[in-house]
Design a protein around this ligand. Structure first.
Ligand SMILES: Cc1ncc(COP(=O)(O)O)c(C=O)c1O
Length: 449
């Protein structure tokens, strides 16, 4: 075991060292070679060192270098050193954080991490929450608490009776709600299509004045951080009126909620603390390894009612039981990496991480704009949308940038226009990375045009 783990650590360190020089998107040959991992499962065992060597030699070259500083795809954080080291240690612990009895360390770290998060994200201190796989499941969990609360108020026990015969719930979303929020609504039986869509403005924010009159059981879903533009819905305007009408307000703040952790950007997240539930991701801006999502609910009773199992064998006394707050029972100790990342950064380091990545995003936007390319969004956060000309040319430039390998960013369509979407979310991105990637984008765009 010892020799094997040392070898794994050495291979992992060599991999991380290679990120500085390697292409971001893997070579086609490396992807083709993945076939070497396939074939019928052998009858006989394979020794662990051979398994590890095969993984590293065949799979490592076919990975996307998203742990490095030149990956700007989707909204993807890297892994902070303390968080990665904690992840390795937690792998060795192999704890089941279903209950306190399954892992006092895992349960305690989760509880502490959640308390620290409530503080740095400027959420109400009475919140409780859970660590789940990502913002999709965080949306699911927060909305399950919402579903419970609005139906309980209408005299209906949704956990017991389901939605058959239940009073209808009105679900209000912004026209640019993330697709994963709609998926979560579908999973909860609330429907992806029966939502009331509120039009958005030219920045991608919900228009507060276009909110429909709210009556009966209602859930209003706000967004802190539009995945394309980084824009924030006007929470300070919407929350008081919606809550006065008895609605539950849920916030999808997958990455945008982290703005609250920086004094320079906290104004963007102002008003979201008035909501009732929040989803965010730790694997995005907090830069902990995948997968790690965060959900918070102002009324812990509603969260527990939606999530806890009541089987007698799981009732274990007065401790806070992590799985009474999350959709899973058996679960890994996600709090370990969150706790380690937060402790290693402190308030100042976290604020600096948010500010530094936003500064990099602005530099990329300014450099592209100076070369004559159109920045389609107001760069208020870490997301940049760039058009290189008409849609066809932009598409060609995007494909060429991805093939070039210096960096990687994805294509999106925003307000009818094709754009390259650059998201700077990784602790690992340096100023040198930014200049190198900007030069590569400009060179490739010039060549294509
Ligand atoms: C606004 C928003 N919500 C939800 C998600 C989904 O997050 P996850 O992939 O962690 O489930 C994303 C991902 O980028 C997002 O930007």
């Amino acid at each position: 075991m010892e020799e094997l783990l040392r070898e794994a650590a050495e291979r992992a360190i060599r991999y991380l060292d290679s990120l500085e020089t390697r292409r971001v998107w893997p070579e086609a040959d490396a992807i083709d070679a993945l076939g070497r991992l396939d074939g019928p499962l052998p009858n006989r065992p394979t020794d662990a060192q051979t398994v590890l060597a095969l993984l590293d030699e065949v799979a490592s070259p076919a990975t996307v270098a998203s742990a490095g500083g030149r990956y700007f795809g989707f909204v993807t954080g890297g892994a902070l050193p303390a968080a990665l080291a904690a992840n390795w240690l937690a792998g060795a612990w192999d704890q089941n954080t279903v209950l306190w009895a399954g892992s006092p360390a895992g349960a305690a770290l989760e509880q502490i991490a959640l308390r620290w998060l409530v503080d740095v994200l400027n959420l109400p201190p009475e919140c409780d929450g859970a660590l789940v796989t990502g913002a999709t499941m965080a949306n699911f969990t927060g909305l399950a608490a919402a579903r419970h609360a609005v139906l309980e108020k209408a005299g209906w026990d949704v956990e017991g009776e389901g939605l058959f015969g239940a009073p209808p719930i009105t679900v209000v979303v912004g026209d640019e709600a993330h697709a994963s929020l709609l998926k979560a609504l579908g999973l909860l039986g609330l429907g992806r299509n029966r939502v009331v869509r509120v039009p958005t403005d030219r920045y991608g924010r919900m228009r507060a004045k276009a909110l429909p009159p709210l009556t009966g059981p209602t859930i209003v879903c706000l967004q802190a951080g539009n995945v394309n533009t980084g824009a924030f819905d006007p929470a300070a305007e919407i929350c008081p009126a919606a809550q006065a009408a008895g609605a539950w307000i849920h916030v999808d703040g997958a990455f945008g909620l982290w703005a609250a952790a920086s004094p320079a950007f906290a104004h963007l997240a102002a008003g979201f603390e008035l909501a009732d539930s929040w989803a965010a991701d730790a694997h995005k801006w907090l830069n902990v390894p995948y997968d790690n999502g965060l959900v918070f609910v102002r009324d812990p009773v509603a969260l527990r009612a939606a999530m806890s199992v009541t089987a007698a064998y799981l009732v274990t006394g007065g401790r806070r039981e992590p799985s009474h707050y999350s959709p899973e029972l058996s679960r890994r100790a996600r709090g370990v990496e969150v706790w380690a990342a937060l402790l290693s950064l402190g308030h100042e380091g976290l604020a600096e991480l948010v500010e530094r990545t936003c500064r990099h995003a602005r530099r990329l936007a300014n450099g592209l704009a100076a070369a004559g390319y159109k920045i389609l969004n107001r760069v208020i956060l870490n997301q940049v949308l760039v058009s290189f000309d008409d849609d066809e040319t932009t598409r060609q430039v995007i494909v060429a940038i991805q093939a070039d390998g210096t960096c990687w960013a994805g294509e999106t369509v925003w307000h009818g226009r094709v754009a390259l979407r650059i998201s700077v979310s990784s602790w690992a991105t340096t100023e040198a990375d930014v200049e190198r990637c900007l030069a590569a984008m400009l060179r490739v765009a010039r060549d294509v045009r």
